[in-house]
Design a protein around this ligand. Structure first.
Ligand SMILES: C[S@@+](CC[C@H](N)C(=O)[O-])C[C@H]1O[C@@H](n2cnc3c(N)ncnc32)[C@H](O)[C@@H]1O
Length: 289
């Protein structure tokens, strides 16, 4: 399957990063390299791009798409480890970091990855296939209370208790193995409501977030990313939903408070997706270091 992903806010991210030809940049969510390509086109041979993705398939695609550029380092890892990653590369500080959070369209559309409620496949949802913990484990092993909590918290699903109860009831007969089985369970307890989207959409988002631990480490990742920036460096973050948005804003605000005493300024840009209008809104934060 082809890696199709339309990079969002491309122009804005590139402007936000304020790329210097000899700078060192990190794309912490390389995906199909849409943003990376625009970054690497703007740096000279003396500049460097470090591209990180926890999905090996994304790294392979990025390598192909950027094969004409020699100044790119590819890292198959979790960007939550940004400090260690840079330390291992003997890079002490960078000029800019980009985080385009969440899943790629490729991951959602690729049947075998088990992310989609529209395609039937094994319940998987791992961004990093070397990880053991899958959606099948969450659905079949979590207690009813744990299921209800994650579906409510990460999916903002008002029928979370009903869904959790039904999952636990069904799995007594047989392990729930496929996305289609899960969709049918959800459909049997969630009334269809116009404007709410697919009845399984929110539960699938919740399980995906749990499998990939997308929210809990995010606050620290932003704090660590800010720590890795040079004075005057830039951090650009694209968030897709309110949970990511909250974690990033809290980290931005706490950093602003902590660093008010010194003199250099780092600009942070955060673009949050407006769920209803499906467009992005920008928040800027300036930090004195
Ligand atoms: C929205 S896509 C990025 C698309 C990319 N900006 C482009 O233009 O093609 C998000 C990518 O980040 C990766 N990702 C998500 N969370 C990650 C994490 N914690 N560490 C490393 N990669 C992550 C996913 O595997 C996915 O490939």
């Amino acid at each position: 399957m082809e890696f199709n992903h339309k990079s969002v806010m491309l122009k804005e991210c590139i402007e936000g990063l304020n790329i210097k030809p000899e700078g060192i940049y990190v794309d912490g969510t390389m995906g199909g390299a849409g943003h990376s390509k625009e970054i690497v086109k703007r740096i000279s041979e003396k500049g460097l791009l470090v591209g990180i993705d926890r999905d090996e398939e994304a790294i392979c695609v990025a390598k192909k798409r950027l094969e004409e550029f020699s100044n790119v380092l590819y890292v198959h890892d979790n960007h939550d480890n940004i400090k260690n990653i840079l330390e291992n590369l003997t890079i002490s500080e960078v000029d800019g970091i980009l985080l385009d959070l969440g899943v790629s369209s490729y991951q959602l559309d690729e049947k075998n990855r088990g992310f989609s409620y529209r395609l039937d496949s094994e319940l998987d949802m791992r961004m990093d296939k070397t990880q053991k913990f899958t959606a099948k484990h969450v659905v079949n092993k979590y207690s009813e209370e744990e299921l209800a909590r994650i579906i409510f918290e990460y999916g903002e699903e008002r029928y979370s208790r009903r869904i959790a109860k039904k999952i636990v009831e069904q799995r007594k007969n047989k392990e729930i193995e496929t996305t289609e089985e899960l969709v049918n369970i959800i459909k049997s307890v969630v009334p269809f409501s116009k404007g709410d989207g697919h009845p399984a959409k929110r539960t699938f988002q919740a399980i995906r977030i749990e499998v990939n631990d997308e929210i809990k480490p995010l606050y620290n990742t932003i704090i660590d990313s800010i720590d890795c920036l040079k004075s005057g460096g830039r951090l650009c973050v694209l968030t897709f939903h309110s949970l990511e948005d909250r974690a990033v804003k809290n980290a931005f605000n706490d950093s602003v408070r902590k660093m008010y005493m010194s003199t250099w300024i780092t600009i942070l840009c955060l673009w949050s997706r407006n769920k209803r209008k499906n467009n992005y809104k920008k928040t800027n934060a300036s930090i004195r270091r």
